[in-house]
Design a protein around this ligand. Structure first.
Ligand SMILES: Nc1ncnc2c1ncn2[C@@H]1O[C@H](COP(=O)(O)OP(=O)(O)OP(=O)(O)O)[C@@H](O)[C@H]1O
Length: 277
């Protein structure tokens, strides 16, 4: 099994601001992920999921700990064009709001072409066009969408374009931060199916950040549950969802609407969990 990601002891503290104390957003978080596998990072709002995701893609820097992707340890001093290109091929991120990664002025074709040109300064004739067609096919969009600008597409289609853009450079790891949270359930299901297919076909590893346990059950083999910056439970998704060992996971499951949902259990579990801290 080839390891795509190894994260060890990641810690990140945001300094105190006027009127508020410092925040330990991530504390000693460790996990690894094999090529072509997927990991769910779950927890309530503020539990530190996004902080870990941002550190993975280099948008935030850990105070301590290491990130190794494709066998290379991330160095803070890595900058310049070649370092940026290399990092882009290591890891890409898809956000909840596709406008975060899509320029409203650019057509789908131009957006994809720009990324590909950046990575292939001198492509052989027809290579870029062929790769655009391949990417569109991957994400289930047709040629007629090539001329569309983001606002002319549906939310699901925009997210497909954001995924195509992220995949354009053939990254080892794709980090998806609440990438389907804003979509209708039926569109969500289509995008999750698409991600499963892409993972199987390309071998890309997925880190799926979400507060939604139903989503995590659909697309991840492993789950890491975060609470106040710490990883409180980590295991096979099916096992953790079926038999959570930590009271916080139990609480998350009980607060997620589903066939076994017992709202009255939430405050009980919350109190029990507070007692374990
Ligand atoms: N740039 C920042 N400056 C100061 N504090 C921050 C910053 N980013 C995050 N935090 C704090 O760090 C903690 C973890 O935030 P983070 O966004 O990682 O959590 P999350 O689980 O992803 O939550 P959400 O789902 O709401 O984004 C929170 O208390 C948050 O307020």
């Amino acid at each position: 099994m080839i390891e795509a990601v190894r994260v060890s002891g990641l810690t990140k503290t945001y300094p105190a601001r006027r009127g508020s104390a410092h925040v330990v957003a991530a504390k000693d978080v460790s996990f690894s992920l094999a090529e072509g596998e997927s990991l769910g990072l779950v927890g309530e709002s503020g539990s530190g999921k996004t902080t870990v995701a941002r550190m993975l893609v280099g948008l935030a820097h850990p105070d301590s700990g290491t990130i190794v992707i494709n066998g290379r340890t991330r160095e803070r001093k890595d900058h310049g064009r070649s370092a940026r290109l290399r990092r882009a091929k290591e890891v890409q991120m898809v956000f909840q709001d596709p406008y975060g990664s899509l320029d409203r002025r650019l057509s789908v074709e131009t957006a994809l072409r720009d990324v590909l040109r950046w990575h292939m300064p001198d492509p052989a004739k027809g290579t870029v066009r062929a790769r655009i067609a391949e990417l569109m096919d991957y994400v289930g969009l047709s040629e007629k969408h090539l001329g569309s600008r983001p606002h002319q597409l549906s939310g699901g289609q925009r997210q497909r374009v954001a995924i195509a853009k992220a995949l354009a450079v053939d990254p080892a790891v794709l980090v998806l931060d609440e990438a389907v949270s804003a979509l209708d359930v039926s569109v969500q299901a289509q995008i999750l199916t698409l991600l499963n297919r892409i993972r199987a076909e390309t071998g890309v590893s997925l880190v799926f950040v979400t507060h939604d346990l139903a989503v995590v059950g659909e697309v991840t083999g492993e789950i890491l549950v975060m609470y106040k910056g710490e990883a409180v439970e980590h295991g096979a998704t099916a096992e953790v969802l079926r038999r959570p060992r930590h009271p916080y996971t139990d609480m998350l499951l009980s607060s997620a609407p589903g066939p076994d949902w017992h709202p009255e259990r939430v405050s009980e579990l919350r109190a029990a969990f507070a007692g374990t801290r």
